[in-house]
Design a protein around this ligand. Structure first.
Ligand SMILES: *[C@@H]1O[C@H](CO)[C@@H](O)[C@H](O)[C@H]1NC(C)=O
Ligand SMILES: *[C@@H]1O[C@H](CO)[C@@H](O)[C@H](O)[C@H]1NC(C)=O
Length: 352
């Protein structure tokens, strides 16, 4: 009996050690290799369960029941409109989004990445429930914070070739004093922050040779295909009595942005819209974009607007009321896009 317990304990130890080890080997490696024999797949990176559940419950999602857990992430296999997909939940924020995307692309044969979920809105011309397809994404919280006393004419530390830059733009805190006259000449010890590009290391470039990227475009073929989604009918009521005031739509917008910031502030939302023409604001897409860009993998993002970031309408907390509907709408758009993609690929094959 003691012997049995010892063996049992030993087995558990071996298995958990294998799961804890960063290197891919043993049964996990075999599962990944077997899965890749059936690839390539479309990869779906999803911020959290709130946005994954409507897809798991969608009649269009057919699970194959294959699940591979690795490095704390769960990769779920299935089909949508006869296209093979792998779902992975990223968790909140830029680091999680980038890690989940990189693991997906490093482990599996992936031909394209679709990212979807809900977002805050910075564009006063759009409405709650609208699903945005941004042409470009940026990470907007890599900053050079300028010392008090210096201004736009003064170089930043490490400015120059490949270093910090004043080209992208700055946020001047003095402009936002609530007791100021709002003419932009206010004085504030927080001074200026200057937006900076990310350092990137594309897979087809020389390692350790830094490149810069700020606005990352989504895949141009995916973007033009997604134009057909603009006529899609979306959900507009959460129940028999509570509906959006305007029927939501799918719309292409110029820019979205991400940061490790939950944005619920009207002044900053307006700044982002007026300075950069940003519509969706959230916490993950740029992480997905930066990885796909470097790994040369096509990607697109569908983000449904759940609130005007920082408030706006009479409804005090739109995010609480309409986030479920918005999550559903992002899934509706994703499923329909995958359907179109099927047609696209079949057509491509016919040409060959
Ligand atoms: C519909 O949803 C709203 C907001 O959650 C709620 O206040 C209302 O009671 C619901 N109505 C019905 C008929 O369930
Ligand atoms: C979202 O869709 C599910 C079905 O997938 C439905 O049960 C649920 O009521 C929808 N939620 C909202 C808020 O529309």
């Amino acid at each position: 009996m003691l012997r049995n317990i010892t063996i049992f304990t030993f087995l558990i130890f071996v298995i958990s050690q294998e799961q804890a080890n960063g290197a891919l080997h043993g049964s996990a490696k075999k599962m990944v290799d077997d899965a890749n024999k059936n690839g390539p797949y479309l990869g779906l990176v999803i911020p959290n369960m709130f946005e994954m559940n409507p897809l798991l419950n969608s009649p269009h999602y057919k699970s194959t029941n294959l699940v591979i857990d690795y490095a704390g992430r769960r990769f779920r296999f299935g089909n949508i409109h006869k296209k093979q997909v792998i779902l992975v939940m990223s968790g909140m924020g830029m680091v999680n989004a980038a890690v989940a995307t990189q693991l997906l692309l490093s482990l599996f044969e992936i031909k394209g990445v679709i990212h979807f979920g809900i977002a805050g809105n910075a564009n006063p011309n759009l409405n709650i429930g609208d699903v945005t397809i941004a042409h470009y994404w940026s990470h907007s919280a890599l900053w050079a914070w300028q010392r008090y006393g210096n201004g736009p004419e003064d170089p930043l530390p490490f400015e120059g070739e490949g270093g910090f830059t004043r080209e992208i733009g700055n946020l001047k805190f003095g402009r936002y004093s609530s007791n100021g006259d709002g003419d932009g000449d206010g004085d504030n010890l927080l001074n200026n922050v200057w937006y900076q590009a990310e350092e990137v290391y594309p897979v087809d470039s020389t390692p350790e040779q830094t490149q810069q990227a700020f606005w990352i475009p989504v895949d141009s073929t995916y973007l033009s295909l997604s134009k057909a989604l603009e006529k899609l009918k979306l959900e507009d009521c959460i129940n028999a009595t509570t509906c959006l005031s305007k029927p939501p739509k799918v719309t292409t917008v110029q820019r979205g942005t991400s940061a490790n910031i939950y944005l619920d502030n009207k002044a900053y939302r307006s700044f982002l819209y007026n300075k950069f023409n940003i519509s969706p604001v959230e916490m993950e897409s740029a992480g997905v974009a930066l990885i796909c860009y470097q790994q040369k993998t096509p990607f697109i993002t569908f983000r449904a607007l759940s609130d005007l970031a920082g408030g706006g309408s009479a409804t005090s907390n739109e995010a609480d009321t309409f986030s479920g509907l918005s999550a559903n709408n992002s899934v509706i758009v994703t499923v329909e896009f995958i359907k179109l993609l099927g047609g696209y690929h079949r057509k491509m094959l016919n040409y060959v």
